[in-house]
Design a protein around this ligand. Structure first.
Ligand SMILES: NC(=O)c1ccc[n+]([C@@H]2O[C@H](COP(=O)([O-])OP(=O)(O)OC[C@H]3O[C@@H](n4cnc5c(N)ncnc54)[C@H](OP(=O)(O)O)[C@@H]3O)[C@@H](O)[C@H]2O)c1
Length: 366
């Protein structure tokens, strides 16, 4: 197959198998890699070392201190020094860049010297983010207004961006929509729109832009998922189901990407965060969202830091990690009861404080 003229790259011989698999769509050429020092294998080595040390101490009567020292000598250098951090470079495309976590990521990337393409529907807020970035960080921002919950919108966005001659090096899938309430009361179109926006568009953008990153041998992708991806939630049923999809997709992608060196895929797992998301999802009267105290600024920073470190998954805070862990470990009966209580509307008894809507106002504090 001829090299891709648009990207002006020759297939790199070290990436031949996977590169050809992409062009030919031939899964037999795809070669999974196992001996890679990525953070999946580092977690695996950590776990194996922990199990081996415990067995040695409990069953073979090894002395505690030397065994722990040996375990630490194996695990700590790996955890502290690998994988080598790779700071993102080049043009960043952020869906959901007009508000909340996506807007905060725009400011972080611009502050680190990146030019941006930001996508959303609200043109006024896209322009406000653009103005903030250009004024404060002197970076170029290109705005695109697009409804990404529509079928075909990912391909249309990709064609538009590539047609304008842009080369995207960093993709952030941030646009998302929630929806509180009983599924029987929700319009059936909501399931379609939410699934398109939260799942299908993100996957298709990952495929489309990801292929270009692979061909260039370098790139970064940040998927904004949710701690909700660990929960089955009566009252936020559809939304958390879509985030299960994102979590499974992104985790498995990290392993598939071992065949494509140079590409980082990080999943950000925010706890409930104080953004317009909560009011748009009509979840401002639920205990889960009333407790939504995380600041989108810090959530975005956690995502950016995770991307720089090549992590496959990062939580927005220790609290978020704890919530995901307990939801994983609890018996399902307890899990479902807690999730249902956390998502039950308080019917006027308490409401979340209104989040900041205007990016003009956010700009004053940048
Ligand atoms: N806030 C939370 O509690 C929380 C917790 C966990 C995960 N998350 C995830 O974090 C991501 C960002 O959410 P956020 O908290 O920053 O909420 P937000 O302030 O409401 O931002 C959502 C962004 O998505 C864009 N968007 C929504 N529908 C769209 C559509 N149909 N087409 C194109 N863009 C669309 C919005 O742009 P326009 O307004 O311009 O359309 C906005 O920029 C989402 O994926 C969400 O699921 C949020």
């Amino acid at each position: 197959m001829a090299p891709d003229a648009r990207l002006n790259v020759e297939p790199n011989s070290s990436q031949q198998p996977s590169h050809r698999a992409i062009d030919n769509g031939n899964p037999t050429i795809y070669k999974p890699k196992w001996l890679v020092l990525d953070d999946v294998n580092i977690d695996l080595i950590t776990f194996a070392t922990f199990v081996a040390s415990t067995i040695s101490i409990l069953f073979f009567r090894y002395t505690l201190t030397p065994t722990l020292l040996v375990a630490a000598a194996i695990v700590l250098p790996l955890r502290l020094f690998f994988p080598r951090p790779k700071t993102p470079e080049g043009l960043v495309l952020i869906t959901g860049g007009s508000s909340g976590i996506g807007a905060e990521l725009s400011y972080i990337f611009a502050n680190r010297g990146h030019d941006l393409i930001i996508v959303g529907r609200n043109e006024e807020q896209l322009e406000a983010v653009k103005e903030n970035v250009e004024k404060k960080f002197q970076r170029k921002v290109y705005t695109i207004s697009s409804d990404l919950s529509m079928p075909g919108s990912a391909k249309a966005l990709y064609d538009h961006v590539v047609g304008k001659g842009f080369q995207v090096n960093v993709l952030v899938n941030g646009a998302g929509l929630g929806g509180a309430g009983d599924v029987f009361e929700q319009p059936i179109e909501l399931a379609e729109r939410m699934t398109y926006l939260n799942c299908i568009t993100s996957v298709q953008l990952t495929q489309l832009f990801g292929r270009d990153l692979i061909k260039r041998g370098k790139g970064w992708m940040l998927q904004i998922s949710s701690v909700g991806g660990w929960m089955a939630s009566p009252g936020q049923n559809l939304y958390h189901a879509t985030k299960h999809y994102v979590r499974a997709f992104s985790e498995a992608l990290s392993i598939e990407l071992r065949a494509y060196p140079g590409i980082v895929n990080t999943q950000l797992m925010p706890n409930p965060t104080h953004t317009q998301f909560v009011t748009r999802a009509h979840a401002d009267e639920t205990p889960m969202m009333i407790a939504a105290t995380e600041d989108p600024k810090y959530v975005a920073r956690a995502g950016y830091n995770g991307l720089c470190k090549g992590k496959r998954m990062v939580f927005s805070s220790w609290n978020a990690a704890f919530n995901a862990l307990q939801m994983q470990l609890l018996p399902r009966s307890v899990h479902l009861t807690i999730a249902s209580l956390m998502n039950a509307p308080l019917r006027g008894a308490m409401t979340m404080k209104e989040p900041e809507k205007r990016q003009e106002k956010r700009g004053e504090k940048l």
